[in-house]
Write a protein that binds this ligand. Structure first.
Ligand code: LER
Ligand code: MN
Length: 270
């Protein structure tokens, strides 16, 4: 398993679960100085001018790109894959497709988290799942062209009413034709929704494609009350070899959260 830390380029996410938010150059330099293997980038869009710096920065700092988030499509543009308006759903899909293409240049997967949306108003759950399923079929196969999976993230009940638990997500992904969608297991959401975090990871098995390494209170691992040892044991048991990526609130400040994260990763992996 390898370490990663989040860098947000979206001003609207200040105060949210992203460690570094003072620019890509700053985030990459600080990630590398602390010994992280990779950065997980949260851009405003695939064509954001700042992203042009990413190839040079990761080469200079010998970093990898762990994943690229698509959530700005929701946060900034209010797009979602289950929106009642077909035109908005279409724009959501194209926003994500462009990020898949950008991330693919770095052999990195894109993440669908908040862009999944929710069922509400006149939209039934069944209808929302048809739309979400169509989008994942299309975007999952699109990601396969870059030889990377597409990451789909169950979120806690306050952020979506589609899928909150890994087990339900596994069952539903099994009904799709694409085999290129993997689950992003965010330990913060899991702390709210799962009965047993290690058990849920074992149940999801080889479908676990990425991990958001966050404590119970969404702070750095070690700053809350999640017992990390059984989680690491479960990830080892399922043969997980991906990232432990810190998508956490930068408290007490970004530097301390980042230091605590790399220390906790090293301790956890022994
Ligand atoms: C995205 O990875 C996530 O976990 C959501 O809670 C959006 O912040
Ligand atoms: Mn997450």
């Amino acid at each position: 398993m390898r370490s990663a830390i989040t860098v947000s380029l979206v001003p609207e996410t200040k105060g949210g679960p992203f460690v570094f938010s003072s620019g890509l150059a700053d985030g990459c330099a600080r990630a590398a100085a602390l010994g992280f293997d990779a950065v997980e980038v949260f851009p405003p869009a695939a064509d954001a001018p700042e992203l042009a710096e990413l190839p040079g920065l990761i080469e200079r700092h010998r970093l990898s790109v762990a994943a690229v988030g698509t959530g700005a499509g929701w946060v900034v543009k209010k797009l979602m894959l289950t929106h009642p308006d077909a035109e908005v759903r279409g724009r959501a899909r194209e926003f994500i497709r462009a990020i898949i293409d950008f991330a693919g240049r770095f052999s990195a997967p894109a993440i669908i988290g908040s862009m999944q949306g929710r069922w509400e108003g006149g939209v039934t759950r069944a209808q929302a799942l048809v739309w979400l399923g169509e989008a994942l079929e299309d975007l999952g196969e699109h990601a396969a062209r870059h030889r990377v999976p597409l990451l789909y993230e169950p979120l806690n009940r306050y952020e979506t009413n589609l899928f909150n638990r890994l087990g339900d997500t596994v069952a539903w992904l099994g009904t799709l034709r694409t085999r290129n969608v993997r689950i992003l297991a965010d330990l913060y959401h899991m702390n709210i929704e799962e009965t047993n975090l290690a058990g849920a990871l074992i149940e999801a098995g080889s479908l676990v494609g990425h991990v958001h390494f966050a404590d119970s209170n969404r702070r750095a691992i070690g700053f809350g009350h999640t017992d990390v040892a059984p989680i690491i044991a479960a990830l080892r048991r399922i043969g997980y070899a991906g990232y432990l990526s810190a998508e956490i609130i930068p408290l007490p400040d970004d530097a301390a959260a980042a230091r605590q994260t790399i220390a906790s990763v090293r301790q956890a992996l022994g």
